[in-house]
Design a binder for this molecule. Structure first.
Ligand SMILES: [Fe+2]
Ligand SMILES: [Fe+2]
Length: 174
């Protein structure tokens, strides 16, 4: 296993901790999926598996795809930060993809990500709410898919009124 010092720096970062806590507080009474640090970590892991699978499949086809430019820390950083500004949306109605990308910027700089990596990560965060086939980047597509696959819809007591729920959401993909 490769260690991820910059990702570990993110989860220790004061601003990251503050925003996670604010998300938890804002969703205390939410009956649908919540967006605490556990959600970010789950989305990171699923997005990573998805992109690895894509790479493996590209390898067996003998083609080199864009995904090879994204490394593990980039994927985890994007997953951890993609919903970090969710609490702001509850207060101001500003799209949390935009807020999260904005908030992520100084955290990523503090944690040593390069400007190219920051561009990739913030684009992924910005695109995470788009339908997967409407994203422009592999990371945005991975986050969009992972965000759905991270949910345990089959066992959710709120499925009847959830806008996200459909029968296919019960299928385990990853
Ligand atoms: Fe989100
Ligand atoms: Fe999410």
């Amino acid at each position: 296993m490769r260690s991820m010092p910059r990702v570990n720096h993110i989860i220790q970062h004061q601003s990251y901790e503050d925003h996670c806590r604010k998300n938890t507080q804002a969703e205390e009474n939410r009956i649908y999926c919540r967006h605490g640090s556990d959600h970010g970590l789950t989305v990171s892991r699923i997005a990573y598996i998805f992109l690895l699978e894509n790479l493996l499949e590209a390898g067996t086809r003998g083609s080199q795809e864009q995904t090879s430019e994204i490394d593990k820390e980039t994927i985890y950083a994007a997953g951890l930060l993609h919903d970090i500004g969710r609490w702001v949306e509850y207060e101001t109605q500003e799209d949390h993809a935009l807020v999260s990308a904005r908030i992520a910027l100084p955290i990523l700089r503090d944690c040593g990500f390069s400007s190219t990596e920051i561009e990739t990560i913030t684009l992924g965060v910005l695109e995470h709410r788009l339908p997967p086939d409407k994203t422009s980047s592999p990371l945005g597509q991975a986050l969009s898919l992972a965000d759905d696959w991270a949910r345990d819809c089959k066992n959710c007591p709120s499925q009847e009124t959830c806008y996200k729920y459909s029968k296919t959401m019960e299928e385990i993909i990853i």
